[in-house]
Ligand binder design. Structure first.
Ligand SMILES: O=C(O)C(O)[C@@H](O)[C@H](O)[C@H](O)COP(=O)(O)O
Length: 254
């Protein structure tokens, strides 16, 4: 297992700014040795706040966005453009701006198919998961089923879920690269998520979490609690795992 490093910032705003600076630096570092760069985005408050901080950072101009590919750890299975889709929120916070003014090719944004019957849409979460797995496989090397993500960002819920992998949920043990999720305790009930096998294939996994409501489960995950109770314990990257917390979320640790 890779080393788990915990970094604590004073409040959610500093956390998001620091995570954005780290993300941009990581992309730059990777670009100096290989290309393309694969980054997995997360939904959730801190995840989107981090993307907004990237949008406002002067460092974004140092990145060659033409070779950066963006993916999602999970998606809420909703119609295209729905304000609750993680894709919509990421596009609004950063991605449309990167396409318009920083050279990010629109085709490098690999969103999970939306619910619908139009081109590129899916009728069911199962269909969306299958299509997303095929899209990931198209960028995989050798025998792998997904790219070796350079950074995979994950938010964590107060119940300890990451992506759409919830406590006691059958999707926790799913095989394959991508899993359809139903009966999610966090709305909406239908979702699509990367599996833990895929998450573990990332070179680096960064869990970003803020707020006192996350403190107990952050402490439980960092103390290696059971995955059925605290799924975030399985948020482990191949090379490195970072926990980026604000002081309130870090307060439950010994
Ligand atoms: O689609 C989602 O809801 C997620 O991707 C989810 O895993 C999220 O990242 C966490 O629930 C943390 O969300 P908050 O930061 O808003 O608590």
């Amino acid at each position: 297992m890779s080393t788990r490093l915990v970094v604590v910032h004073p409040d959610p705003t500093v956390l998001a700014e620091a995570a954005a600076a780290r993300l941009l630096t990581r992309i730059l570092d990777v670009q100096s040795v290989r290309s393309p760069v694969h980054v997995v985005l997360t939904g959730g408050t801190v995840g989107i706040k981090t993307l907004a901080a990237v949008a406002g950072s002067p460092l974004r101009a140092a990145v060659d966005w033409s070779v950066v590919h963006l993916w999602w750890g999970d998606e809420r299975f909703l119609p295209a453009g729905d304000a609750d889709r993680n894709e919509t929120q990421a596009r609004d916070a950063l991605l449309e701006d990167l396409v318009a003014s920083s050279g990010l090719p629109a085709g490098n944004i690999h969103a999970v198919p939306a619910r619908g019957d139009g081109p590129g849409e899916a009728a069911t979460a199962e269909d969306a998961a299958t299509a997303y797995a095929a899209e990931l496989a198209g960028y995989a090397a050798g025998d792998a089923t997904t790219p070796s993500f350079d950074v995979l960002l994950l938010g964590m819920g107060p119940d300890g879920h990451v992506a759409s992998l919830f406590p006691e949920h059958p999707a926790l043990g799913a095989a394959g690269a991508v899993v359809p999720v139903h009966d999610s305790p966090k709305p909406p009930p239908d979702r699509v998520s990367l599996t833990f096998a895929t998450i573990g294939h990332a070179r680096e996994v960064w869990v970003v979490a803020a707020g006192s409501e996350k403190a107990a489960q952050a402490a439980a995950a960092l103390a290696d609690g059971p995955v059925t109770q605290v799924p975030a314990v399985r948020a482990v990257g191949h090379d490195r795992t970072l926990w980026l917390l604000d002081a309130a979320a870090a307060a439950g640790r010994d």
